[in-house]
Every structure is written in structure tokens, then in C-alpha cells.
Design a protein around this ligand. Structure first.
Ligand SMILES: Nc1ncnc2c1ncn2[C@@H]1O[C@H](COP(=O)(O)OP(=O)(O)OP(=O)(O)O)[C@@H](O)[C@H]1O
Ligand SMILES: [Mg+2]
Length: 239
């Protein structure tokens, strides 16, 4: 579903990511872990088209999207929750979601993966607060609106950059539940998360990044006991 080959990318002329290669199958849930500054967010941004690739290829469902602008990528099944949620605070929940809903409908036609009713089932808060201005919601509620907006783009791959950061444990639990539900529906998930416990709970395997490169490809039991492995824990902590 997603193949990245030899991707080099950064900010303007500055190269941060070097020779990144990774593969995700349809419906797989994969984590990206690594120390602060390892390049996780830069990788997410490059996948979404927010940072230009200097070299290499990003292939999504058989189509080379490497040169496609960010706004063209949802059409190829990609949606992302970025560190900054980019919601419009002065608009209502419903209005924030309407644009994504229309864009999703445009490229999926009637064959929607997520209807409005699905969204209200996944996030009961959204149905209850649809007329509330987003700026009046808590951080956790805003995070849910941002995830819902991604889903209304009708992706087959949801990319999340640190979805739990700054949220209370109760809200983190609710978001985890949503991610579990999405997995059960066959959604592909690429999760960047500092909290390894959360990552392990949601994903089957992981890539470990350090200094802009992927340094380990961790599977199965090795992933489930990740922090007990000194070599992996060191790579994760950037030592
Ligand atoms: N806008 C920018 N311009 C130039 N360099 C940047 C920019 N944003 C990040 N960098 C650099 O890119 C490198 C990787 O940063 P990135 O934000 O991708 O790391 P990260 O793994 O997401 O870290 P964290 O865990 O702290 O979120 C760092 O050296 C950082 O200084
Ligand atoms: Mg980051």
C-alpha cells in the first residue's frame, strides 16, 4: 500500500532524512519511534508532501506520488494528524469537518469508508458538539475533531504524529480506543508516538529512527519487549 525507497528530504536545501526505505501493507499498523530530533516529524511531513523530496520515491497504491503537492495526497488515500492540528478555532466543529467531508466525497464518490454517522459513532462528542466553536473545546476534544477530519478524507492510511502529547490519561485512553476500532476496520496506521507503551499496544511492528535514518526494523516479540532490549532502547533514547 505504501512503499518508500531511498527517500532523502529536509527543509529547503537542508537535508534531514537520508535514504529512508520502508514498506506498509494494506491495513497494517506500524510505529515510528526515535529520540527527539531523529526526524520522525520530518518524515511525516515528507510523506504528506509538506517537505519536498530531494531524492528517492514514495509510491502509494502503485502510484508514484513523490512530486505530488500536499493537497493532492488525500486523493491517494493518505490523511495525517500533524503536531499542530490546524483547525479553524472560530468555526464550528461541523464547519471544520465539512470541507474534509466534501473533499472525501469528491474522490470516493458514493463508496465512502467513513460516513458522518460512522464519525459520530467513533466520537460521540462530535455529534453532541457539532455546533460548538472549536476554540471552545478542550485540547483532547480538538484532537478528536482533527482525527475525524482526517477520516472524512476517506483514507486507507492514517498517519498520526504524537496524538497523545499534552492530553490527560482519560483522553489518551479514548483516542487509543478509536485507533483500536480503526484497526479493526482495516485502516492502515502509521503512528509516531513518544509513548512506546501506546505504540506497542496499537501497532504490530516499528521502525526506529536516529539522525534522519531508519536504523532498526523491529517485528513481533522484539517489538513487544522493545524497551527490555538494551540495543533498541539505546537507539530509541538516542544514545
Ligand atoms: N522547520 C525546520 N527547519 C529546519 N530544520 C528543522 C525544521 N524542523 C525541524 N528541523 C530539524 O530537523 C531535525 C529533525 O526534526 P524532527 O522534528 O523531524 O524530529 P522528531 O523526531 O519529530 O523530534 P521530536 O521527537 O522532538 O518531535 C532536527 O535536527 C530539527 O532541528
Ligand atoms: Mg516530532
Amino acid at each position: 500500500m505504501l512503499t518508500v525507497e531511498g527517500l532523502t528530504a529536509g527543509y529547503g536545501p537542508l537535508v534531514i532524512l537520508r535514504d529512508i526505505s520502508l514498506k506498509m501493507l494494506k491495513g497494517e499498523a506500524v510505529a515510528i519511534v526515535g529520540a527527539n530530533g531523529a526526524g520522525k516529524t520530518t518524515l511525516v511531513r515528507a510523506l504528506c508532501g509538506l517537505n519536498r523530496a530531494h531524492g528517492g520515491r514514495i509510491v502509494k497504491n502503485g502510484i508514484d506520488i513523490t512530486g505530488f503537492p500536499a493537497h493532492a495526497r488525500p486523493r491517494h488515500g493518505m490523511a495525517a494528524l500533524l503536531e499542530n492540528r490546524r483547525l479553524f478555532g472560530e468555526f464550528t466543529v461541523r464547519d471544520n469537518l465539512r470541507l474534509a467531508e466534501e473533499a472525501g466525497r469528491k474522490h470516493r464518490g458514493r463508496d465512502l469508508r467513513f460516513t458522518w454517522d460512522d464519525i459520530c459513532d467513533l466520537f460521540p462528542m462530535i455529534g453532541e458538539r457539532e455546533r460548538t466553536r472549536v476554540e471552545l473545546l478542550s485540547g483532547g476534544q480538538q484532537q478528536m475533531v482533527a482525527i475525524a477530519r482526517g477520516l472524512l478524507l476517506q483514507p486507507d492510511l492514517l498517519i498520526l504524529d504524537e496524538p497523545s502529547t499534552g492530553l490527560a490519561p482519560k483522553v489518551v485512553k479514548e483516542i487509543l480506543q478509536v485507533l483500536h476500532n480503526l484497526r479493526a476496520r482495516g485502516m492502515g496506521i502509521l503512528l509516531v508516538e513518544q509513548n512506546v507503551g501506546i505504540s506497542i499496544e496499537i501497532t504490530d511492528r516499528a521502525y526506529v529512527m536516529s539522525l534522519g535514518r531508519i536504523v532498526h526494523d523491529v517485528q513481533g516479540n522484539e517489538w513487544r519487549s522493545f524497551m527490555q532490549d538494551e540495543r533498541l532502547a539505546k537507539a530509541f533514547l538516542g544514545q
